[in-house]
Design a protein around this ligand. Structure first.
Ligand code: ADP
Ligand code: ADP
Length: 210
């Protein structure tokens, strides 16, 4: 299965993808996680994109496209993949069309207010990337990862100013992709809200992609 997970920041793409990768037995490729990995390890790419991620802007298309092209050419992507956070612009979507043919584009639909609640309470484990929420999906021990016991962090771009900017960027650059893919009959809409448990959302996603 070759799928793209689309939706505003905080829609739950990463949370759903963490379950979907096991269910569909394909790798979960998050461009945000790839950039954060490079930043943490102080690679050339990491140095290049660090301030862009902190501000909530987008990494240039050429850099992002090259990184994804290399990743999906790896052997584990032979039978499919879940792309989470890519494409985010029309040029990225056009570049992806040149690389491969998609089966589904999941569109996670959520209100703006709920997205802000989700992002401001999001916490993550810096080494495993596991995602929590202080209210909606708290860890067993406050501030600690359930498995490794590591301290959870709040991403720099989950602070108020960056959240606002990221939502503007989403509306201007990424939302047009819904139309782009709808015209190709690839969009599978799934409504989500903070009243739905991640497992309920996941069940709807499985139905939409099967
Ligand atoms: P979220 O899960 O909140 O939507 P991500 O983890 O996907 O955020 O992305 C974090 C940041 O990484 C983005 O705000 C952007 O700076 C950068 N980024 C991730 N994917 C892309 C992309 N496809 N194109 C450009 N920048 C990207
Ligand atoms: P994205 O990858 O789209 O940016 P995440 O998967 O990181 O979104 O989720 C954003 C925040 O919302 C996280 O703190 C996560 O724990 C929380 N979250 C995810 N799914 C749900 C849900 N169904 N209900 C409430 N909160 C959720």
């Amino acid at each position: 299965m070759k799928a793209v997970f689309l939706g505003p920041p905080g829609a739950g793409k990463g949370t759903v993808a963490a379950q979907a990768k096991d269910y569909f037995k394909v790798p979960h490729i998050s461009t945000g996680d790839l950039f954060r990995y490079n930043i943490k390890n102080e690679t050339e790419l990491g140095k290049q994109v660090k301030s862009i991620l902190a501000s909530g802007g987008l990494v240039p298309d050429s850099v992002t496209i090259a990184m994804v092209k290399e990743r999906i050419a790896e052997p584990d992507c032979k039978d499919g993949f879940i792309l989470d956070g890519f494409p985010r612009t029309i040029p990225q979507a056009e570049a992806l069309e040149e690389m491969t043919e998609l089966d589904h584009v999941l569109n996670l639909v959520i209100s703006n207010e709920e997205v802000v609640q989700r992002l401001s309470g999001r916490r993550m484990c810096p080494s495993t990337g596991r995602i929590y929420h202080v209210l909606f999906n708290p860890p067993k021990v406050e501030g600690k990862d359930d498995e490794t016991g590591e301290d959870l962090i709040q991403r720099d771009d989950d602070k108020e100013e960056a959240i606002k900017h990221r939502l503007e960027v989403y509306n201007a650059q990424t939302e047009p992709l819904i139309d782009f893919y709808r015209k190709k009959n690839l969009i599978r809409d799934v409504k989500t809200s903070n009243n739905m448990k991640p497992d309920e959302v996941f069940a709807c996603v499985v139905k939409a992609l099967s």
